[in-house]
Design a protein around this ligand. Structure first.
Ligand SMILES: [Zn+2]
Length: 455
């Protein structure tokens, strides 16, 4: 039996030098590099030979989209495309309308292969470039792609691919929002029964991102703009290395928008419908104090979700109240706070409210303290339904919003706040939507070949 290296030499004499390089490599690392080179060359050969076979099969000519006459062959025309493994070259028959309609040359084989007429770069190479760009700067992405595939790709090219794909993602979202507006709800995403049984938790936060002050130029002082981010996830548990059970967000879905909370609301609702908010056994909205987000909850989610005011935020405000009321009497303030915090935590929010109401009736309470205590009372009273922490604990729900808020922050900061980064409006949006597609598990569908309209 022939050894693999001998067979490879026999397949194609051009592989000789590449096989030599593998056999003579002094280290394993160099051997792998040489073998990878050989594998890429063989892949190109294999694909080219299969394309050559396909091109010899009879062509089913489509009809002219203008006049309906059957197209006629004009012979073979070469085509090449840059792919993840290198340049692929082949020839295929092209046809024209016999009546001379200006429809250009159509290549049925291209259409059958899922290729649009124009691109000189294959979809999977663009997809790989865009996937890298989701995580690392364009320059690093181009370098990594070159390193892994051997194909030279400039950062500018990766950036162009991101624009193309990001634009597709944005158009898709715009269409979905329009459909929703017209009363057409999105399809629910399939979900495993085990995961579906977990509570659906939703939270939102604002994250600042550095932008260029003016479009078209990198000059001038950085402008920080707030991106509103919401996350929807199933609340699972996992066991840490030290053996503790800790909460973990599963099946994270993210929506984000550069703009007001009003713009976030329909995006969040679209995703909430996709994540089965109407069927979920338990839905919880987790948030710290920000009023705009609580309004979003009240207007959009409250019929389906339990609202949870971040316990630590609530406790912090209770401390501020204690400090203002018992100013100068630090020990008393601390004692009162410890009791109040304990009560709050264990389902006795009403007692805390009563305490504050009684303090407000005291004679000689300074105006500033009265103001702080009144604010605290109003705040806790307004959130009366969102601070039943003992009950929430019993339901297995978290009492802090840190988990969801840090997920929001991380998803944006990790890519958009690198050292020296400053975004243009378009550049930010294209990459944001690619990143959202990635996190939401819809990245690949952005690169599926679209059916050609004519063939
Ligand atoms: Zn025609």
């Amino acid at each position: 039996m022939l050894s693999l290296t001998t067979s490879l030499r026999q397949i194609d004499p051009a592989c000789d030098a590449l096989v030599d390089a593998v056999e003579q490599a002094p280290s394993l690392a160099l051997m792998l590099v040489a073998a990878w080179q050989l594998a890429r060359t063989l892949t190109v050969r294999l694909v080219e030979s299969v394309l050559a076979q396909r091109t010899r099969q009879p062509t089913a000519w489509p009809l002219c989209p203008r006049c309906g006459a059957r197209l006629q062959s004009k012979g073979f025309v070469p085509r090449q495309i840059l792919s993840l493994v290198g340049v692929i070259r082949w020839e295929r028959r092209v046809g024209r309308c016999p009546h001379g309609c200006k429809i250009g040359q159509l290549a049925p084989l291209d259409a059958a292969l899922g290729l649009a007429p124009q691109p000189r770069t294959s979809g999977e190479l663009k997809q790989a470039g865009c996937a890298l760009a989701v995580f690392v700067p364009f320059e690093t992405g181009g370098a990594l792609l070159s390193l892994l595939s051997g194909v030279r790709v400039s950062p500018g090219t990766v950036w162009l691919w991101v624009q193309e794909a990001g634009q597709r993602a944005m158009q898709r979202l715009a269409q979905e929002l329009q459909d929703l507006l017209e009363g057409q709800a999105p399809a629910e995403e399939p979900i495993e029964p085990q995961t579906a049984a977990l509570p659906l938790v939703i939270g939102a936060d604002g994250v600042m991102v550095p932008f260029r002050p003016a479009e078209g130029t990198p000059k001038g002082k950085t402008v920080w703009r707030e991106v509103k981010v919401a996350i929807l996830a199933r609340l699972g548990r996992h066991t840490t290395r030290t053996g503790h059970a800790a909460p973990r967000l599963e099946r994270r879905r993210v929506v984000a928008v550069l703009g007001a909370i009003a713009a976030l609301a329909p995006r969040l609702w679209l995703e909430a419908l996709r994540q089965g908010i109407r069927k979920a056994k338990q839905v919880a909205w987790l948030s710290a104090g920000a009023r705009g987000f609580w309004r979003l909850f009240a207007e959009n989610l409250s019929p389906y979700a339990i609202g949870i005011l971040d316990f630590y935020h609530a406790a912090q405000n209770v401390w501020k109240g204690a400090a203002a009321w018992l100013a100068g009497r630090t020990k008393r303030a601390r004692q009162w706070f410890v009791v109040a915090r304990h009560r709050l935590r264990h389902g006795e929010a009403d007692k805390v409210l009563t305490d504050i109401a009684q303090a407000l009736e005291l004679d000689g309470l300074p105006d500033s303290a009265r103001e702080t205590l009144t604010k605290l009372y109003t705040y806790l009273d307004k959130h009366r339904d969102h601070i039943n922490y003992a009950q929430l604990k019993e339901l297995g729900l978290p009492i802090g919003s840190g988990l969801v808020e840090s997920a929001c922050k991380w998803l944006i900061q990790q890519r958009f706040k690198g050292v020296g980064m400053r975004w243009s409006n378009d550049g930010f949006h294209h990459l944001l939507h690619l990143r959202l597609s990635w996190v939401n598990g819809r990245f690949e569908s952005l690169f599926l070949p679209e059916a050609s309209p004519n063939c």
